[in-house]
Design a protein. Sequence first.
Length: 95
Amino acid sequence: MTQTSNRFLDEIGKLVTDAAGAAQSLGREVETMVKSQLERLTSEMDLVQREELETVKAMAEKAREENEALKARIEALESRLSEPAPVQDGTADGA
């Protein structure tokens, strides 16, 4: 009886080991399929690369700084134009 019991347990052990290996293999296969599908979807979506995004952000920041500088210049010029012109008296020519 002991020998039959050990043989039965050995067979169950082999079955469990085989099942675990199959489950692990199936898990890897599912992971590979999911990665493949995600890569296909992202390539079809026309997503921007991080490097491109950083370049555009830097360009926008530079343009913003230039706009601020130009705005300050315009405001300075406008304030100079809105000042009244200095009044000249006629005594300077000796009359």
